[in-house]
Design a protein around this ligand. Structure first.
Ligand code: NDP
Length: 481
């Protein structure tokens, strides 16, 4: 059985308390590994190691820091198949998706920030005869990175890479639900020659190991991705300690389909944005609003194609949708489907557990992709984040109405617009309350751009120089002439 270790001060070590949690494979429902159930003592060791390593890492030349990060990126790429398999088993996502998206993007995160730091610069302000100001940007110290289960390696590296590039040392916790790729990353860091203590990975529960990181006085900044309610708990602890905070939280993303769209493109992109990774991407569109003149046709075509999707063993080629990540999430999805029916929703397809694809997966957590109509934008199903393969469709009559529906939740992470009308595309993009707007596309990523949500979807921006700004403190120096 696979037994994970924490990565502290350059070594793979057992948890101080000696206790472990079960790791369950969602496609089989069976325990296949053990995870350190770390606590304050492990976090204290990790923070001490990070603190000790900070002086030397923050003074290591940018070229050297960059070189070791490029080696990590190369090793992730070289281990693509093993990492993709580990992620598929851990998470339930199709192996093909992990191979095509998650793992290459994990490697790209390290490579991008390894290069970005060599281009990072600070500003100077000339005050004429008085003098001038310049801005020094220096690493913060020990920082904490906490990530969720849905894109395990991809989101973990998205936080760690800019923190390390900027010269910080890191204590990081992956989700206890999907810890294996983080463990494999620790092996890669050792092989790549990352100095001891620069990155420390502590496995365990959020309420225990995660909470100990957030409240540790030596952890000066927290970069967190996860649910909005967890973000509130973390803020309550970290804000009075004046820690820097970046919170990437939940969403309930709208997908607006106008009658003047490229119909085929809108249809196929909407299917992907609804059900990729079993609907468990924070950027998935879960509320589809369609202009009334094409609504009936769109519902029919969308439903037919979704009904034909193959829910299968994540490890088999040809699987469109794998297993739901955990029994808890599976039950949550089913509870929301029941709620949707109580609220008067009509299940067009799905709404039920999927048949087990084979004997191996007999006890796995499989759901049919679910399409629901007849629910107004204000009902709970359309207001609360489900984070599963469940989408609703509802018609709109005017552009104003579409914008009002889209903006009518507490969330503001991402949104999608399908239209070929140039002015409309830009007008609606500007009016949407969301950190990210995709026009006639979805999930296209440019690592230089700011990434994050508004309203209850978070504060702070990741990506590009925004991330390097977050992971540095700016100091202004005035020089008199
Ligand atoms: P959670 O908020 O439950 O957990 C996220 C991470 O926080 C996990 O590592 C968790 O550990 C840890 N954690 C939980 N409680 C605490 C605490 N009190 N102190 C410190 N850490 C804690 O989210 P999920 O893992 O369930 O992920 C799904 C959520 O993430 C969805 O809401 C989704 O929208 C959001 N998300 C947002 C993204 C964005 O970019 N905005 C991207 C991806 C997901 P453990 O797992 O052990 O509980």
């Amino acid at each position: 059985m696979l037994e994970l270790r924490n990565y502290i001060d350059g070594e793979l070590v057992a948890p101080v308390g000696g206790t472990y949690l079960d790791n369950i494979e969602p496609a089989t429902g069976k325990v296949y590994g053990r995870i350190p159930d770390s606590d304050e003592a492990d976090v204290a060791l990790a923070v001490a190691a990070a603190k000790k390593a900070f002086t030397s890492w923050s003074q290591t030349s940018i070229q050297e820091r960059s070189a070791v990060m490029v080696r990590i990126a190369d090793l992730i790429q070289a281990r693509l198949e093993a990492l993709a398999r580990a992620e598929s088993i851990d998470n339930g996502k199709p192996l093909s998706l992990a191979r095509r998206v998650d793992i290459p993007r994990g490697s790209a995160n390290f490579r991008y920030f390894a290069h970005a730091i060599t281009q990072f610069h600070s500003e100077a302000y000339d005050m004429g005869p008085t003098g001038f100001n310049y801005t020094l940007r220096r690493p913060i110290g020990v920082v904490g990175c906490i990530s969720p289960w849905n894109l395990p390696l991809y989101l973990f590296t998205w936080k760690i890479a800019p923190a390390l590039a900027a010269g910080n040392t890191v204590v990081a916790k992956p989700s206890e639900v999907t810890p294996v790729t983080a463990y494999l990353l620790s092996e890669i860091c050792i092989e790549a020659g990352l100095p001891p203590g620069v990155l420390n990975i502590v496995h365990g529960l959020g309420g225990k190991a995660g909470a100990a990181m957030v409240s540790h006085p030596e952890v000066k900044a927290i970069s967190f991705t996860g649910g909005t309610s967890t973000g509130k708990i973390i803020s309550k602890v970290a804000a009075p300690m004046f820690k820097k905070l970046s919170l990437e939280l939940g969403g309930k993303n709208p997908n607006l389909v106008f009658a003047d769209c490229d119909y085929e493109q809108a249809l196929s992109t909407s299917i992907r944005s609804s059900f990729a990774n079993q609907g468990q991407i924070c950027l998935c569109g879960s509320r589809i609003y369609v202009e009334r003149s094409i609504y009936d046709r769109f519902v029919k075509d969308f439903t037919e194609r979704v009904a034909a999707m193959k829910v299968g063993d994540p490890l088999e080629e040809g699987t469109d949708m794998g297993a739901i990540v955990s029994r808890d999430q599976y039950e949550k999805d089913l509870a929301y489907i029941a709620l949707a029916q109580e609220e008067g929703g009509k299940i067009e397809t799905g709404g039920v557990p999927a048949e087990a694809p084979n004997e191996r997966c007999a006890e796995g957590y499989f759901l049919r992709p679910t399409v629901i109509t007849g629910l107004p934008p204000t009902c709970r199903t359309n207001q609360e984040e489900i984070f599963g393969p469940v989408v609703t469709l509802w018609p709109f009559d005017t552009e104003e109405e579409a914008i009002a529906y889209a903006n009518g939740t507490q969330y503001g992470l991402s949104s999608t617009i399908h239209t070929t009308h140039l002015q409309r595309a830009h007008r609606v993009a500007a009016a949407l309350e969301a950190g990210i707007v995709w026009i006639n596309s979805w999930l296209v990523r440019d690592l230089r751009t700011p990434f994050g949500g508004v309203k209850a979807s978070g504060v702070g921006r990741e990506g590009g120089f925004e991330a390097l700004h977050f992971f540095t403190e700016a100091k202004n120096v005035f020089v008199a002439h």
